[in-house]
Design a protein around this ligand. Structure first.
Ligand SMILES: Nc1ncnc2c1ncn2[C@@H]1O[C@H](COP(=O)(O)OP(=O)(O)O)[C@@H](O)[C@H]1O
Ligand SMILES: [Mg+2]
Length: 278
């Protein structure tokens, strides 16, 4: 290839065909309605406007995530634009945060979002969007003839794409840790560099598949439910994570949210979020 720096890279092209991941802008995808009323009914309140408290809080969560995306690049143990949202236990607000974070990031001018329902045991995001019976992530991973554009939906909100969980499999951890999974998301990220991939996940204390998912991510957001999550459970969850990742903590459902309460980066190398402007 020397002497031909601008020539198309045939290796990339072949891999592109293998997993079928092009730029989302140029691919025809099935569409799914972003039914705000249905999402609200199911508890996934979507911020109504700039003055909404949740919208304001989400900006504080979102800014350090976006800043870290710009700093982090692909390496052997992370894919630069993957963010996994998890928590120690069920019901702490993972799916709620994912939906709202995804819509908030998608509203950024130069970003799009692929919201992936990675909670394969309780695929509430897939259900909320009415796409729980689609092949989704597990369908893609289990069947080599399926391409990723067959399973991704374009939501009718600019820049928002959704990948449902797919059928429950007895081999969840194996599927998520497969070469196909890594290759698909490496390729996806290369072809969609401005697309933030937000993964919902199962509670980290109850699912080995979540640890596998976080191994792909450059950032992990751990949701802590105010006055409910036990310190010991949070410690167990944090211990399961690779400390080379950027790990953010969101304190959910506080009575009065301040920036310090809501978000923190334990990794001192990543700076202090309280100095972040919104
Ligand atoms: N900040 C919040 N404000 C209002 N409701 C919330 C908030 N966080 C979570 N919920 C609600 O709490 C319940 C559990 O949240 P969910 O995101 O489904 O938890 P998880 O995905 O961690 O199991 C849902 O009904 C959700 O709508
Ligand atoms: Mg959930």
């Amino acid at each position: 290839m020397s002497g031909l720096p601008d020539a198309p890279n045939p290796v990339n092209l072949a891999r592109h065909r293998d997993v079928g991941v092009g730029s989302l802008d140029s691919i025809e995808l099935r569409e799914v309605r972003l039914d705000v009323v249905a999402l609200r009914r199911q508890g996934f309140a979507v911020p109504e406007g700039d003055k909404h408290q949740v919208a304001e809080d989400l900006r504080r969560v979102k800014r350090p995530i976006l800043r870290n995306l710009d700093l982090r690049v692909e390496s052997a143990n992370q894919i630069g634009n993957i963010v996994v949202v998890t928590s120690a236990n069920a019901g702490e607000g993972k799916s709620f945060l994912c939906v709202n974070l995804a819509t908030s990031i998608a509203s950024e001018r130069d970003r799009s979002v692929l919201l992936v329902d990675g909670d394969l045991m309780k695929p509430h995001i897939s259900r909320a969007f009415g796409i729980e019976n689609e092949p989704g992530l597990t369908g893609f991973l289990a069947d080599e003839s399926v391409q990723i554009e067959d399973v991704i939906f374009r939501a009718d909100a600019p820049g928002l794409f959704v990948l449902p969980a797919g059928p429950v499999s007895g081999f969840t951890t194996e599927l998520l840790s497969s070469k196909r999974m890594r290759e698909a998301f490496v390729e996806f990220s290369r072809n969609n560099p401005n697309c933030v991939v937000v993964f919902d996940s199962s509670p980290i204390r109850h699912s080995s598949s979540t640890v596998v998912l976080t191994s792909l991510a450059s950032q992990v957001v751990v949701v802590v439910l105010a006055e409910r999550t036990e310190q010991a459970d949070l410690s167990t969850a944090l211990e399961a994570l690779d400390e080379t990742k950027a790990i953010g903590i969101v304190l959910n459902q506080t009575q009065s949210s301040t920036e310090e309460q809501l978000y923190g980066w334990p990794d001192p190398d990543l700076g202090n979020p309280s100095s972040e402007s919104t």
